[in-house]
Design a protein around this ligand. Structure first.
Ligand SMILES: [Zn+2]
Length: 74
């Protein structure tokens, strides 16, 4: 029942500014460990549009990660 790589990658959601789609991507767990609730900028290769976006990834109260703008709701 192995779950390869899941343990070392931390998922987060962001909204692609080009397509408007909500996209799930991952950062390495060691990068995720450096992310606090104020957010840390990462260059993320977007799987929706193929471009690189600079995203402020921040930690949620539940310990997960998100790069969604809190003002966008959803
Ligand atoms: Zn994109």
């Amino acid at each position: 029942m192995g779950e390869p790589a899941r343990d070392v990658m931390a998922p987060f959601l962001f909204r692609c500014p080009t397509t408007g789609m909500t996209v799930q991507d991952f950062v390495a767990q060691d990068e995720a460990d450096d992310i606090g609730d104020l957010g840390t900028h990462h260059a993320i290769k977007c799987i929706a549009c193929g471009r690189v976006h600079m995203l402020a990834i921040r930690r949620l109260a539940n310990g997960g990660l998100t790069a969604l703008d809190p003002d966008q709701g959803d």
